[in-house]
Design a binder for this molecule. Sequence first.
Ligand SMILES: C[S@@+](CC[C@H](N)C(=O)[O-])C[C@H]1O[C@@H](n2cnc3c(N)ncnc32)[C@H](O)[C@@H]1O
Length: 335
Amino acid sequence: MHTIKTPFDSCLEVILTAHSKELEIAAAQKLAQIYEQLLKQIVKDERYQDTNPTHVDGGVALSSRHALDCLEDPLRTVRFIAGLYYALKDTLASIKQRPLQILYAGCGPGAPLLLPFLHEFDPDEIEVTLLDLNPTSLQSAKQLVDHLGLDAYIRVYELTDAVTYVHPKDLGLHLVVSETMDKGLTREPQVRITQNLAQQLHPKGLFIPEAISIFAEHTFYGKEPYYDIYKKLQDLPPLYDTADREHLFTIDKTVHNAAPYSFESEPRKVPEDYSLTPDVAVFAEVQIYKERELKKAESLLSNSVCILSLNNVHSATYTLKHTTKGTPEWKLIEN
Ligand SMILES: C[S@@+](CC[C@H](N)C(=O)[O-])C[C@H]1O[C@@H](n2cnc3c(N)ncnc32)[C@H](O)[C@@H]1O
């Protein structure tokens, strides 16, 4: 039976059970405050305040400070924590091997998607690999784990690139979590990390998020709701009435591993009258685990990305191309 108490206990139950956005947002705000206080108290040289990102093939790894700021993306944070918690319970039930191997790829300075509930599990049943490319993040995460008395759960701290990391085969890999994405699968390396790690998963293993679906549409971009951490999610305008929405592709644990992933759409028609929807945009919807999802504009991850105004397209059709080589990005090609 676990006996560890952590400062997260004051908001954990709400995070795991909340069924309204208001409760989720309040719990996320509390968690972000707890993290700021804890890190300030524990990491004396404040290395987690570092603001230098790292550029590698496949996408940008956020600086420690910017990774920590992701806590201010409330529905993302709460739904990932709860999704991962229930995914771990389900994996413990479906795979008999012990200890189960959990990999947190891109843990940032606080490993916030896992640490708040880790002590609810038996340390003999699970072993965690905390991985990040950023030394100041990994060092802060280790100091935090030690301070919270959670070191019995951690197998190793890996300072490495999750796009190329190979997990020891003899241990198996049963549950992976990686939240390394920006809107519309641009900039950050979520896809390349998924390509590398999903192929190493146990056949019954889970990858969190379970699925990321990308949609294209015509819209009035300036009228779209757009969340950022300086806005209140509750104050965003309603969804704009867009046109010609089309599902382009979905990334999940079955993604092929022929890196780098790329995608090219079928030709899309330029509408005759596009006065109400003059912009070409894409957005992602994220299925974190089972019913826990991020719908359009509920999070930094599911904001829309404007690719180009139709006023600048001179052909009758166009193609959308996504590449994950270098830094992930979208291009519109006139046909
Ligand atoms: C969006 S932040 C999320 C931080 C934290 N897990 C959270 O959910 O609040 C992404 C983290 O992944 C790390 N990261 C990004 N690309 C990486 C890569 N290729 N290899 C290892 N870590 C990476 C970044 O350094 C950063 O700490």
